[in-house]
Design a protein around this ligand. Structure first.
Ligand SMILES: [Zn+2]
Length: 252
């Protein structure tokens, strides 16, 4: 198992024979409008360019895995790039028909579709009205023989259901968004740092924290997150990659 973190939620996940490009946002910096609607701080997204080495990572992809259809997880540049290569796009039952209308080879991630066991589990991308507006979002559990079990929480807030999922599946590695995003209205739409601390404390999994420092509505900074994890005594199970950095199970 290897994760090549590119930017925000975009990464190349190598698991067994699969090299899955997860949630590709491939556009240049600053070409999308800001997502922060209220409270100041609105800036064009993404805030940063893709890191060097991205082209090689993208070229290695055998398929795409999409958690939801927000532009920071599947943008127009990514859709064009995927169409040109005719790569399969694995996703949830709600998004698959919509992605087919975009002329993508979208396929529902069924339990054995990738030659490994997988589960698709809905998560809440915020609470109340904002959570409803941001839905649907799917998390994915991937279990490949001979590899650590991986759970991608996708864009989520901490709920009793998510905790139950993690406790039931016992993943070895959890990839979770840590930018604590908000629109300046309706509350956080990703885990707060406190929620991440709770989630990490309630599991024995290793964590890769992403969705950081790339979008205007994600205020959490890597150095503050790292300091908090050290203060809580959790840093040995937490990896916070810089853009372009890789992490493999053997490095834990
Ligand atoms: Zn997102």
């Amino acid at each position: 198992m290897k994760i090549h973190h590119l930017r925000s939620a975009t990464m190349l996940l190598t698991l067994g024979e699969q090299r899955l490009l997860v949630d590709p946002m491939l556009c240049k910096a600053g070409v999308m409008p800001g997502f922060k609607l209220f409270g100041g701080g609105r800036r064009p997204n993404p805030l940063v360019s893709l890191p060097s080495g991205s082209e090689e990572a993208l070229a290695a992809a055998t398929g795409i895995l999409v958690t939801h259809r927000h532009p920071d997880h599947l943008d127009e540049d990514a859709m064009r790039w995927i169409r040109e290569r005719d790569l399969p796009v694995w996703t949830n039952p709600q998004d698959a028909p919509k992605l087919r209308k975009k002329k993508l080879d979208a396929r529902v991630l069924t339990s054995d579709a990738l030659g490994m066991h997988s589960e698709t589990i809905p998560v809440r991308h915020g609470r109340g009205l904002v959570g409803w507006l941001c839905s649907p979002v799917s998390s994915y559990f991937l279990s490949c023989p001979g590899e650590p079990k991986v759970y991608l929480t996708a864009d989520a807030v901490l709920t009793p259901e998510l905790l139950q999922t993690v406790q039931r599946l016992q993943p070895d590695v959890i990839v979770a968004p840590a930018g604590s995003a908000n629109f300046g209205w309706g509350g956080d739409i990703l885990f707060s740092v406190d929620e991440l601390v709770t989630l990490i404390q309630k599991t024995e999994s290793y964590f890769v924290l992403n969705h950081l420092e790339s979008l205007d509505h994600c205020p959490t900074q890597r150095h503050a997150l790292q300091s908090r994890m050290e203060k809580e005594g959790l840093a040995q199970r937490v990896f916070i990659p810089q853009d372009g950095q890789t992490w493999s199970w053997d490095e834990r």
